[in-house]
Design a protein around this ligand. Sequence first.
Ligand SMILES: O=P(O)(O)OC[C@H]1O[C@H](OP(=O)(O)OP(=O)(O)O)[C@H](O)[C@@H]1O
Ligand SMILES: Nc1ncnc2[nH]cnc12
Length: 170
Amino acid sequence: MDFKNYIRDIDNFPSPGVGFKDITPLLQDKTAFQEAAKALLKMVDNQKIDKVVGMESRGFFYGPILASELKAGFVPVRKLGKLPAETVAQTYKLEYGTDTLEMHKDSVQKGDRILIHDDVLATGGTAAAVCQLVERLGGSIVQCNFLIELDFLKGIEKLNGYDVRSLLHY
Ligand SMILES: O=P(O)(O)OC[C@H]1O[C@H](OP(=O)(O)OP(=O)(O)O)[C@H](O)[C@@H]1O
Ligand SMILES: Nc1ncnc2[nH]cnc12
């Protein structure tokens, strides 16, 4: 299946000069939605995973599905101020601004085998911040797994040393 047929380009969103990859056509198609989940899962290649860590908000579409299929837990990484218990936080830059992400301190135990999942790897600021949070909590990152990688933004350079897999490249 050519998943790219279900990814829509929106120019100048959310700010001038940004070419936004809109995955909602993929999500709303019953076949493409499910086939993409299977393809993301295939990239994990039967590795043992204790927890899938997904970033707010678009990492929440497939992250819990991957967790369920891998018989792993799901850990939400949320934007500042949304998580109710004690957190660790990391501020980072992304393609169109600056933000802070948080994880609950008790969400990852030392030695947990972690799959990080998000929809888009752009400049890599978000994913690098999440890798730092997971490692501060003692987690071991098995793979960083994305639906889309924007190769020209070179996000992979911020994820040196990690196993980075992306289903679609632009
Ligand atoms: O590689 P980067 O340049 O850091 O950009 C990638 C991030 O940007 C988007 O999230 P966004 O912060 O727009 O939030 P959203 O998922 O809530 O829309 C996307 O879902 C990634 O998390
Ligand atoms: N160009 C882009 N399209 C969709 N999500 C993004 N997150 C960061 N850059 C993005």
